[in-house]
Structures are given as C-alpha cells and as structure tokens.
Design a protein around this ligand. Sequence first.
Ligand code: GLP
Length: 245
Amino acid sequence: MKFVKARDYEDMSRKAANIISAQVIVKPDCVLGLATGTTPLGIYRCLVHWYERGDLDFSQTTSVNLDEYRGLEPDDPHSYHYFMRENLFRHINIDPANTHVPDGSVKDVDEACRRYDAVISGLGGVDLQLLGLGHNGHIGFNEPDGVFAKKTHLVRLADSTVEANARLFDSKEDVPTQAYTMGIQTIMHAKKILVAVSGENKAEIVEKAFLGAVTPWVPASILQLHTDVTVVGDAAAFSRIEGRI
Ligand code: GLP
C-alpha cells in the first residue's frame, strides 16, 4: 500500500482528484468506480473545477458506483443516484447512460444484484476504484461480518452506520436499514484502488484497517492484499500511523 500524506481536507481532496484526473487523461475511456459519503465531496469539486477549466474530458468515461439504499427511487434526494448527479455527473460531460448506480427501487433482490454484477462484468471491470472508509471499516456498504461477500448483495446496515448517515436525513428513523453494495471480490478486482480518508474520527479505523490484521470484521483490511492501493489521508486521519508509513 502507498500512503500519500496531505495537510488537510482540501489538500487530500486535490491529491486524490489528481490521481483520478491522471487516470482519465491517460485512459479517457476508463471505468471509474465511484463512492458517496462526505469524504469524496472535495474530490468531486476539484474534478468539476478542472473539467470547467478545460483540463478534463469525461465524454468517453464510464462510472460504476459502490452502493445504494434499498427502497429509494433514483430521484429521491437521499438516494446515491441523486447524490452523484448533484455532486458530479450533472456538472461534467459524462454521458448519463454511462453512469451506473445499483437500482435501490428494484423489488426483487436477486434480480437487482444480478443486474448490477452483469453491468460491471459487461464493462470488463473497474480501472480505478475510489473508496471512502466507514468508522467500522466498511467499504461501500460491506459491513463487518464473518466472511468477505464476493458479489453485489443486499446488506443490513450496522446501527453505527445508520447513526453515522443519519446526519444526511431528517431523523435516524428515516435512514433505510438495508442497502445494495458491490461485493469485496469486485472491489478487489479493480486494477487500482484509491482510498480517501480525512479527520481525527477516522484515525483509529485507519490504523486497524491498514496496519492491523486482515479480517472480514474490518472489511477494508482486505485492501492490504491488493497490489495497487493508494491511501490519501490528511494529517488528522493519519495521526495514529504517522511514523509507521
Ligand atoms: C457511507 C458509504 C461509504 C462511505 C462511508 C464513509 O456509508 N456507503 O461508501 O465510504 O459512508 O462516509 P464518510 O466519507 O461520510 O465518512
């Protein structure tokens, strides 16, 4: 694993966005794996800015997102479809037909999962996967568990995840308790992985996930076994591993 040290959130966002930019410049028709959450917002702001400045062209790029809440329609303001549209897609020249997010409104769970895996394999896999990190070590919505789930699947969200994400809803009761997520095997098959972490409240899980034991109880720990992972973090997020990376 490579660790890239950033000063603060803005610096982390620029450094991570530079890595994504390089990917799009070197391979304009690449498949980007994208993430939601608060962490990537600054990265998306940089990409939009650089697109507006004329430095980036997403016209041939395809995206696949990690996850989506079950039961939310794509136009629901709390859905990850909406998040991606508002924070990235509608500001750049990516073709909406080339953007993929699991469909949380599909009633049949197996069908929803099967369809999403077919989309990803049809694209030939992911070139660069962006990941955030949940406080319990989740990536996408792969929650701590006794096994690493391979393919797209439905998860029951951990209480701590529901609580952490409640800030984006009117109340905790409004947070869906289930979500579809890309599986660990699919994430691990991405050619390159970029993890973005920021803030003191991620310091403990950063240490566990990246310097601790590899275990499905800390899903992000599996990333230690991937051959091309870059973790970009600010000083606060790296505060417990500083000196060891
Ligand atoms: C959510 C998302 C994850 C994200 C995580 C961390 O649960 N499903 O993909 O990485 O939260 O979010 P944040 O970046 O807001 O800390």
